[in-house]
Write a protein that binds this ligand. Structure first.
Ligand code: MG
Length: 279
């Protein structure tokens, strides 16, 4: 199933997409905090998909929004692909390097992303994003971390690279407004047999910049969920960004970070394709 949040005829809605048909969850007009929990309920999803669709949707008749509106947490992993660690002059981390973004970072598919005022090196990072579906705290070896996943989508961990590199904490370099394009939708985990071995790619104005495989992650998604859960309780709707492969603009020769007018497309095969423009 594909689950999205859209704006249509001036209203925000959560719902399901099937073959371009839209099945909205009518009670979600109020768009409460924590509403993500409802849309993740298998009973709600079954009921929705057995109804008549409200309409057919395409990029022109709706506005895509981040599929999760107000996640409790957005936890990101730095340097989780060896060649990206190496291109930035680092070696493989011995344990996951974690940092955060905020719900104010989120922005949807086909958004116009404002070039931030506080950087001269605005850079891209395509990532596979995991949406948590069940509370996970202190998972043991006998727990299967995959049971706590709701689904997957595509993210871009937009970065003020000069700021990231000049400050000890990455918050200002990573967690600024509109720094996290996400979507277009969440693909539920039953729809993808092997998210751990998919092509992950990014283009700028059609030029291929990043191309790797999610199989190249240093710390696997199950490892990350178990590791994080030892210190931080993961809850439904939380988002986990799993790191970017090599090819970011700042470390190209010459540097090729983002400019106003650039069109960025990125994706993970068999999961989603996410596009946005820098303005
Ligand atoms: Mg990243």
């Amino acid at each position: 199933m594909k689950i999205a949040r859209i704006s249509r005829e001036g209203k925000e809605e959560y719902g399901i997409i099937k073959d371009h048909d839209w099945y909205p969850y009518a009670e979600l007009a109020r768009n409460d905090l924590g509403i993500e929990n409802f849309i993740m309920d298998p009973v709600v999803l079954d009921e929705l998909s057995s109804k008549e669709p409200a309409c057919s949707i395409n990029d022109d008749n709706i506005t895509w929004m981040s599929p999760i509106a107000r996640p409790g947490k957005i936890i990101c992993v730095g340097r989780n692909y060896l060649k990206h660690a190496e291109e930035s002059g680092n070696v493989a981390e011995l344990k996951p390097l974690l940092f955060s973004k905020y719900s104010s970072s989120l922005i949807g598919h086909l958004s116009s992303v404002p070039y931030p005022d506080h950087t001269k090196n605005f850079d891209y990072e395509v990532e596979l994003a995991v949406i948590i579906g069940k509370k996970a705290s202190k998972l043991t070896e006998s727990d299967d971390p995959r049971d706590y996943i709701f689904g997957y989508t595509v993210a871009n961990d937009l970065t003020a690279r000069d700021v990231q590199n000049s400050e000890k904490q990455w918050t200002r370099g990573k967690a600024f407004d509109d720094s996290l394009p996400l979507g277009p939708y969440i693909l539920t985990k039953d729809q993808i047999a092997d998210p751990y071995n998919q092509e992950i790619w990014l283009t700028v104005n059609g030029e291929k910049r990043q191309l790797s495989s999610t199989s190249k992650m240093i710390f696997s998604i199950p490892y990350l969920i178990r590791y994080i859960s030892q210190a931080i309780t993961l809850e439904p709707g939380d988002i986990l960004l799993t790191g970017t492969p090599e090819g970011v603009g700042y470390y190209m020769d010459p540097k090729s970070t983002l400019q106003k007018g650039d069109n960025v497309a990125c994706g993970v095969t068999n999961i989603a394709e996410l596009r946005f423009t820098i303005v």
